[in-house]
Design a protein around this ligand. Sequence first.
Ligand code: NDP
Length: 335
Amino acid sequence: NRRWVLAERPKGEPNDDTLRLETVDVPEPKDGEVLLRTEFLSLDPYMRGRMSDAPSYAAPVEIDQVMVGGTVARVAASKNDNFAEGDRVVSFSGWQDYAVSDGTGLIKLDPNMPNPSWALGVLGMPGFTAWAGLTQIGQPKEGETLVVAGATGPVGATVGQIGKILGLRVVGVAGGPEKCAHAVETLGFDACVDYKAASFADDLKRETPDGIDIYFENVGGKVLDAVVEQLNTNARVPVCGLISQYNATSLPEGPDRMNWLMGLILRKRITMRGFIIFDDFGHLYQDFAKEVGPWVQQGRIKYREEMIDGLEQAPEAFVGLLRGEAFGKRVIRVA
Ligand code: NDP
């Protein structure tokens, strides 16, 4: 059983000393437990937060403990009546080959599901995040303008495509011309603006001539700076993530604009609401599955995945994800 444990807490970007690969015995399931063989490991931005012991909504991974993570796994042995050997489940087994579970929180997958790894993306946590943040906090109304950054990532791509289905003008923000072309040509966004271009703020203005009614916040940083200027009266901002800041070790330089921002929120009666997907909206999971599942099946929502072979690749692939090197959802094929 190979497993990645947290060796030390990173300052800034995780490096070779952050995680350690260990080999230990395969655990033995006790009565009531199952042994899970990891097939796919999801890589997600929140994992950077778990490496840190700064205050958060969830406890950090302890030093020498296995890195946490969502997985698709096969039941390799079962001493739990609810699961049989060979069942495929979504689990939270972490960065390792095998894990033992008492069954709590396991979600059984249809054995005939065509792309089981999608349960870690558009048909799982990131897709649910997109749907819930947009519909519950974004409160979309036909004809409004939605801006979403990380436009080709698992959350952003789903936000934008649901936005189109709901009749919004959708403007993506992504890093580079290739990702922007994908957002427009494949995902069907109305426009996509490259935040790495020098003309980014002007480009965003040009593509949002009627201002912005919903800004689905995934990244923070300079994208947020440019968007805020364009927000309309009564705009809604689901605050989902701030990935541009996850490796930051200090606040950005520059004038303190806190009161300017608060003034804007007041004058324009803007609603900004943060959310932690399962804590805030877990009760809506079935509604999400019922609505978005068929859209994916019918091809109305497209999904792009980057499958990377080998558990040993996970740390490098994760650092690349935070750097913006992923093009689609990053998943590690473990077995
Ligand atoms: P993504 O694939 O979108 O994350 C990676 C992408 O983030 C990169 O490809 C890059 O986009 C973008 N990015 C990285 N650094 C920067 C930067 N400095 N400026 C702008 N963009 C940057 O991951 P997910 O779709 O899984 O997650 C999207 C967001 O949602 C994250 O912030 C995540 O933490 C959050 N999240 C929150 C949840 C919640 O419950 N609140 C649940 C799930 C996710 P590009 O290539 O275009 O540069």
